[in-house]
Design a protein around this ligand. Structure first.
Ligand code: AMP
Ligand code: FE
Ligand code: FE
Ligand code: ZN
Length: 274
């Protein structure tokens, strides 16, 4: 029997996942999931008519989704806050324009980081030529080539030694605000959910985010966190009467220890979301 569970957070080859959107549908079916949302970083390129047809034939519910990067200013720079948008109209003009702006921002920053590495003698440019066709290029693509070239031996080390937020080749990005991002999701008819709040440093920051901005919900089920930590988030959602979601953040080979469906949204919570 099929479990009525939905993984509402995964990435495809349209951003930094290693499985194509079609493969994600196949894996969801294999794992007996009722449905998925493909939440690529700053793009909805996965959502083609043919993907909806394929999902329908496979009897996997395909819910539209996206994961937007935003900026929360702090004394010593900024923290990038991720916001999930669900049940959005992927053809909405405002949403499409917003994704185009992100694409340009990403290309600009990508080129800056690559140049900086090249100047220090890390020859990666040639290997990255094809990557530029990806609708959402980012640091994970650079990390992969740093590994391929033998400069580091894992994704973690690539971020730690080269391109992570505190590493020497980090270049800040001109990210849009939380406010604008939530507004775009709502204009496109969707729900704005605070992604993986469990990763936000400091409970005060979390409380502040929830009181300043109009989030529709929080991604409470995520990763291998303790029952206590998850319950803390669920209690906040219930107090504020906002939605509860869950998802694995599956990236395929790029995050080997996470499988599709390892965190999920129940049918009841999905019904509230839609
Ligand atoms: P970008 O959007 O280009 O700034 O890249 C951020 C993405 O890189 C995140 O969404 C993660 O998928 C990935 N990432 C960030 N930090 C790490 C890390 N330490 N190890 C592996 N992947 C990471
Ligand atoms: Fe990612
Ligand atoms: Fe994220
Ligand atoms: Zn994600």
């Amino acid at each position: 029997m099929k479990l009525e569970l939905y993984d509402l957070h995964c990435h495809s080859t349209c951003s930094d996942g290693s499985n194509s959107p079609i493969q994600l549908i196949d894996i969801a079916k294999e794992k007996n999931l009722q449905g998925i949302a493909i939440t690529d970083h700053d793009t909805v390129a996965a959502y083609t008519d043919s993907l909806f047809e394929y999902a329908s034939l496979s009897k996997v519910d395909l819910i539209t989704g996206v994961e937007f990067s935003t900026k929360y200013d702090k004394q010593d720079g900024y923290e990038s806050i991720h916001i999930l948008g669900y049940n959005i109209d992927c053809k909405n003009k405002k949403l499409m324009d917003f994704c185009t702006q992100h694409k340009q921002r990403r290309i600009h920053r990508f080129n800056q980081i690559v140049e900086k590495l090249e100047l220090s003698g890390y020859n990666i440019k040639e290997e990255l030529k094809d990557v530029k066709r990806n609708p959402s290029i980012g640091r994970p693509h650079i990390a992969k080539v740093l590994i391929k070239k033998g400069y580091v031996d894992s994704m973690e080390m690539a971020f730690k030694k080269f391109i992570g937020d505190k590493a020497p080749f980090f270049i800040p990005s001109d990210l849009p605000s939380i406010e604008e991002t939530i507004a775009v999701i709502k204009i496109a008819g969707g729900k704005a959910i605070l992604a993986h709040p469990i990763l936000i440093k400091g409970r005060k920051v979390l409380r502040r985010l929830l009181s300043i901005y109009q989030f529709d919900g929080m991604e409470c089920f995520y990763g291998n966190f303790s029952r206590n930590k998850i319950q803390y988030l669920i209690d906040i959602c219930n107090d504020r009467n906002i939605l509860i979601t869950g998802g694995s953040d599956y990236h395929g080979d790029h995050k080997k220890f996470v499988t599709l469906g390892s965190s999920f949204t129940t049918q009841e919570d999905l019904r509230k979301l839609l």
